[in-house]
Every structure is written in structure tokens, then in C-alpha cells.
Design a protein around this ligand. Structure first.
Ligand SMILES: [Zn+2]
Length: 114
């Protein structure tokens, strides 16, 4: 099942259009599943290589190295997104807690408890 999901996302990865929720899965699966990594490598070399040939680009043809760098960048991006989401949740929980505390203290003040 996860191999199918990975392979469905190969073209999105090559076009740098992978959804945020698929990034972490994609990098993790590429690291642990050799068959899918090979499939990714073949697709990457064919798609990017043909595009370079069509454009007669003078850019590097170290496509295997380029793929590894692109996966590493995606891993770092997925890690930053994960940390951002965790910090975002902490900030939201802190803000809600402060709002509840203010409401409770206001009620105590209104009732003359303090
Ligand atoms: Zn796989």
C-alpha cells in the first residue's frame, strides 16, 4: 500500500509539487524501500535528463547526485514543517490557556471572590 502511494507521488516530487502532508512519508519511504528508490531514480533520470537534452542545457548531468540532494532538501523542508506545526500548536494551546485564565479571573473578580 505504501509503495503504491510512493509511486503515485513520484511525478509530483520530480516537479517539486509534493503536498506538505506527503513530504515526510515520501522521504521516509525512499530511504527504507530500495525498489521504490530505484523506481524514483529511473523516473528522475529519464524525466529530468530528457528535459535537459530538449533544452540543450549546459547544466550538470549528475542526476543521481542531484536526486540525492533534492531528497535531502525535501527531508529538511519536511522537518521544518513538522517543527513549525509543533510550535504552532504550543502557541495556540498557550494562547487558549491564557484566555481561559483571564475569563476565570474575570469571573472571580466579577463575583467579588478576590
Ligand atoms: Zn516501496
Amino acid at each position: 500500500m505504501s509503495c503504491i502511494r510512493f509511486q503515485q507521488n513520484i511525478n509530483k516530487f520530480i516537479k517539486s509539487e509534493l503536498d506538505a502532508e506527503d513530504m515526510d512519508f515520501f522521504v521516509g519511504h525512499a530511504k527504507k524501500c530500495r525498489e521504490c528508490y530505484d523506481e524514483l531514480e529511473i523516473n528522475y533520470i529519464i524525466n529530468v535528463g530528457l528535459e535537459r537534452i530538449e533544452k540543450d542545457s549546459k547544466a550538470s548531468f549528475d542526476l543521481k547526485g542531484e536526486l540525492e540532494r533534492k531528497l535531502k532538501q525535501l527531508e529538511e523542508k519536511a522537518d521544518r514543517l513538522y517543527k513549525f506545526n509543533v510550535y504552532n500548536k504550543i502557541v495556540c494551546i498557550t494562547a487558549y490557556t491564557c484566555m481561559v485564565a483571564v475569563i476565570i479571573l474575570s469571573m472571580f473578580d466579577f463575583l467579588g471572590i478576590f
